[in-house]
Design a protein around this ligand. Sequence first.
Ligand SMILES: CC(=O)[C@@H](O)[C@H](O)COP(=O)(O)O
Ligand SMILES: NCC(=O)COP(=O)(O)O
Length: 249
Amino acid sequence: MSRFLRLGVNIDHVATVRNARGGAHPDPVRAAKLAIEAGADGITAHLREDRRHIVDRDIDRLMAEIDRPLNFEMAATAEMLAIALCHKPHAACLVPEKRTEVTTEGGLDVIGQYDQLAGPVGELGAAGIRVSLFIDPEPAQLDAARRLGAPVVELHTGAYCDAHDPAQRAAELARIVRAAAHAEAIGLECHAGHGLTYDSVGPVAAIPTIVELNIGHFLVGEAIFVGLTNSIARMRKAMDSARAAAASA
Ligand SMILES: CC(=O)[C@@H](O)[C@H](O)COP(=O)(O)O
Ligand SMILES: NCC(=O)COP(=O)(O)O
């Protein structure tokens, strides 16, 4: 049976444009509301430690003003943990963060940071927040996530999206397919995201054990040309058709 594939729209990149001038426009919360009208099942926002895009006030407003689940992306730090516990969003996705990176470069090393992650995973879960771990599509990392007690993993699709050589892209996709099957086998809910575009989304949307995709940068970039409603509606259609085609094959 084909499972419904949710779309989480990441609105960080609206805040990046706003912050370039330091004012209030464009407003990421307005973008979140429009995204929901256009077919987003949830909103994703990453409060980076350096506040380069989303800022604390955006999270306050998203919690107060949107009526769909918020997936709060955060580093596993004491500061972010306190913010998450104060707001209690629907979900918290723990991501690795490096101050100097341009974007999230890889997944969490759950094996290497097992002890540091155990506290935040336990506290968020105890507060009723659905915890997810943003990881590379490596079965050993999924096993560690399962041992930690996280109910969800989000597979980093960046290496697949960035691979331009067809053989390399196929190999990266195969890693995601294997990891998504492994997630199901060990009882983890599986999400995926990072760098997805109209061209790259189909094969990932076709993987039946993935139930949520989080997409932002491409949608906001494409919105410059076609508007946010259209960019999201077209992505939703690309996801749904790939899923339906895979289910009927
Ligand atoms: C973890 C992740 O993939 C998203 O948070 C996305 O990366 C947000 O954009 P930046 O990495 O540009 O902050
Ligand atoms: N976790 C991935 C995400 O939220 C969106 O990533 P991107 O599409 O902005 O690269």
